[in-house]
Design a binder for this molecule. Sequence first.
Ligand code: AMP
Length: 180
Amino acid sequence: MPADPPFGSLQERLRACIRDVPDFPRAGVAFKDITPVLVDARLFQDVVRALATAADGADVVVGIESRGFIFGAPLACLLGCGFVPFRKPGKLPYRTERVSYGLEYGTDALEAHVDAIRPGQRVLIVDDVLATGGTAAAAVELVQRLGGEALGTAFVVELGFLHGRPRLGSLPLHSLLTYE
Ligand code: AMP
């Protein structure tokens, strides 16, 4: 017998499932823990399918380390696209291109293999959470440096109160659940 359909909209189901962890990884941050979504097989599948609606015309899905890999890789499989990991510095074995970006304290960077994206490929960038937008903006720049065309960005969660969306300008941005 098929399982009962889940109750509520995808937004409601996500809101009920995502766990707020106060003061992680440091005081004052309310961390959105998406791991309960992953163990709910039906919800995980529905999230990946919903992200696919943002991916029209993509040749490549980029996932941002590390939770962007969890959603980006199955999305790429569903779409029949290639998957490219954008990683923290020093993790990739071959020659890399790097984009650095500012954090509240100090800087961080994203790296990709120089040949990961072919010129002109249309790229969707995926991560779990959009916060201030610095990471996603760096990912857009890295796609462009590699010769790709950033088609848009997609997130499971958007923290609207951190104003990441304006930082990404007019690029299409899709999020499944926004905390205002
Ligand atoms: P940002 O560059 O500020 O948009 O931060 C985005 C990156 O940090 C993403 O890769 C998120 O996984 C992570 N992140 C930032 N804030 C949070 C949060 N409150 N809960 C969970 N992840 C977060």
